[in-house]
Write a protein that binds this ligand. Sequence first.
Ligand code: PEP
Length: 252
Amino acid sequence: MRQPLVAGNWKMHGTRISARDLVSGVRQGLEGLGKPRVAMCPPFVYLADVAAQIQGTALALGGQDLCPEVGSGAHTGEISGAMLADVGCSYAIVGHSERRSLYGDSDEVVARKYFAAQQAGLTPILCVGELLEEREGEHTEAVVARHLDAVLTQPGGVASLAKAVIAYEPVWAIGTGLTATPAQAQAVHAFIRKRIAQHDQAVAERVQILYGGSVKANNAAELFAMQDIDGGLIGGASLEAEQFLAICRAAG
Ligand code: PEP
């Protein structure tokens, strides 16, 4: 049985005060939530504040990105995996479509970030997903396979998935209000699991595959009910405690 995971990606939103209020709202609503693991990924500068606020709760913390370099060094402006772990993170998002499209993260860079996260003891949340024109051109599986293979084909890549999470995020659904139908999402999740199973059946059965793309309180339950959807990576709706908690409950 895979434990559901709901992770909130705050992106570049909030202030110290709004972050504190949001975490406090989520904390209060967590009681009795039960099954799903819940993680929050605030901007780097708020991580330490949030870490202090969630101490002693079941909430987990994640970074939204990390430097592909391991160790410390002359990398002005970068944040290493070790630094994320040091302030209490257990997850790091890698390969988010906004990093790929706006900041030029190639498949190779995403793979390096993925392994850098693992080397720091973090669980990478590897985002994969197609653009609208790629879906319309029936290239969804090819794109998702390419994103996945960037990691799978590395030495130790398949085994590494035992300590990773995958997030299928169709780019056309991110922040647009458009959501993949449960059937569309399930089809890609099943494809991902099958592709991993070609290498290792046990790893494929265990790996959590999240769906992301305009998940809201009113569509979460039907998405999470699908066989291969193990929770969600939530952007906009993670910025409002009640909405985020409702999504977490839908994963329970
Ligand atoms: C995301 O940023 O990963 C995301 C899925 O955003 P949204 O939920 O706002 O579409």
